[in-house]
Ligand binder design. Structure first.
Ligand code: SF4
Ligand code: SF4
Ligand code: SF4
Length: 271
C-alpha cells in the first residue's frame, strides 16, 4: 500500500500524531526509506476505538505496534501489573484485566504513566500535553520533583515559559526513569490562580491581609516568644510538610529542638 494513499486517507497520519518527531517507527521508516506497506491496513471497523475517558492518558490502539514495552514497564519496572497482551493474531491488543478502560473501578492502573514514558510511538500519549508543543519546539529543563522527599529527577518540557509535560530522567537516582502520578501529571498547580504568592496575616476582624515576609516573620517570632514565656516551649508544636525536601525537614526539627526547645515536631507523611 502506498504511503501517500495512507496520508490522504487519514490513516497513519504522522502530521496529526502527538508523537511526531519523537517516534521510533517514524525514525526507522525514514532510515530504511520505506515508501510502501507490505501488509494492507486494517479496515476502520476492525480498529479498536481510542480510549481517552481518563484525565491523563490517551490510548490510540491504531498506532500500537505491540512491542510490549508498556507491558514490561508496568509489570516489571513499576510492578503495578495493570496491563498484558490480550486476544490473538490481528485482534491482538494491550489490555487491562477484563479489557476495561484504565480508569475502570476494577483496573489496577494507578496512572503512573510509565507505559507512556516507554511507548516508542504515538499509541500512548499524555492527554494534558496534546497539541501544546512538538519535541523540537520545547526545551527540556532538569529539576527535582517538588511533591515528596523521594526527590525524583524529572524533565520539564517547556514551551514559551510554560510546562507542556513532565517526563522522568533516565539513569538518574533515585527514580531511574520512574515517576508516580503526582510527579508526572500534577504540575498544573503552579499556574493556579488560587496559589498563595505572599504571606497572609489574619486581622482582628478575621479577614486576611497580604503582608511582606519581614513583617510576617517578626510576628511569628513575637508570638512564639509570648507563648514560650507564658506556658513554656512544649506549648508549641511543629508539623513539617511532606512536600518539603529532606534538608528542609531536618532544619525544621533542628529549629524546634535546638532553638525553641521542644520535641513536639512531626511530619505529615509519617504513618
Ligand atoms: S499508567 Fe502505570 S499502572 Fe497504569 S498501565 Fe501504565 S504503567 Fe501500568
Ligand atoms: S509500548 Fe506502545 S506501541 Fe508498544 S505495545 Fe505498548 S502501547 Fe503498543
Ligand atoms: S511525588 Fe512521586 S514523582 Fe515526586 S518525588 Fe515523590 S515519588 Fe517521586
Amino acid at each position: 500500500m502506498n504511503i501517500e494513499f495512507l496520508l490522504a486517507s487519514g490513516k497513519h497520519n504522522c502530521l496529526t500524531c502527538e508523537s511526531n518527531g519523537n517516534c521510533r517507527l517514524q525514525d526507522l521508516a525514514y532510515f530504511y526509506k520505506i515508501t510502501e506497506l507490505q501488509f494492507p491496513e486494517k479496515d476502520e471497523k476492525d480498529i479498536y476505538p481510542i480510549e481517552d475517558q481518563n484525565p491523563f492518558i490517551i490510548r490510540d490502539f491504531s498506532r500500537c505496534i505491540l512491542c510490549g514495552r508498556c507491558v514490561q514497564a508496568c509489570n516489571e519496572v513499576v510492578v503495578n501489573r495493570a496491563i498484558s497482551y490480550g486476544y490473538r493474531g490481528a485482534k491482538s491488543k494491550i489490555v487491562t484485566g477484563g479489557d476495561k478502560a484504565y480508569n475502570d473501578n476494577d483496573s489496577e492502573c494507578v496512572f503512573c504513566g510509565q507505559c507512556v514514558e516507554v511507548c516508542p510511538v504515538g499509541a500512548l500519549t499524555e492527554k494534558k500535553a496534546k497539541g501544546l508543543g512538538r519535541p523540537w519546539e520545547t526545551q527540556k529543563i532538569r529539576t527535582t520533583c517538588p511533591y515528596c522527599g523521594v526527590g525524583c529527577q524529572q524533565w520539564l518540557h517547556i514551551k514559551e515559559g510554560k510546562i507542556v509535560k513532565v517526563t522522568a530522567v533516565e539513569d538518574a537516582q533515585p527514580n531511574q526513569g520512574r515517576l508516580c502520578v503526582k510527579g508526572r501529571f500534577a504540575y498544573d498547580f503552579i499556574y493556579s490562580e488560587d496559589r498563595l504568592k505572599t504571606p497572609l496575616i489574619r486581622q482582628k476582624d478575621g479577614k486576611f491581609r497580604e503582608a511582606p515576609w519581614d513583617e510576617t516573620l517578626d510576628l511569628i517570632v513575637s508570638k512564639f516568644k509570648e507563648i514560650i514565656k507564658k506556658d513554656g516551649p512544649d506549648a508549641i508544636a511543629g508539623v513539617s510538610c511532606a512536600r518539603s525536601i529532606n534538608e528542609d525537614s531536618y532544619q525544621m526539627q533542628k529549629l524546634f529542638r535546638a532553638v525553641i526547645g521542644t520535641n513536639n515536631i512531626d511530619h505529615c507523611a509519617r504513618t
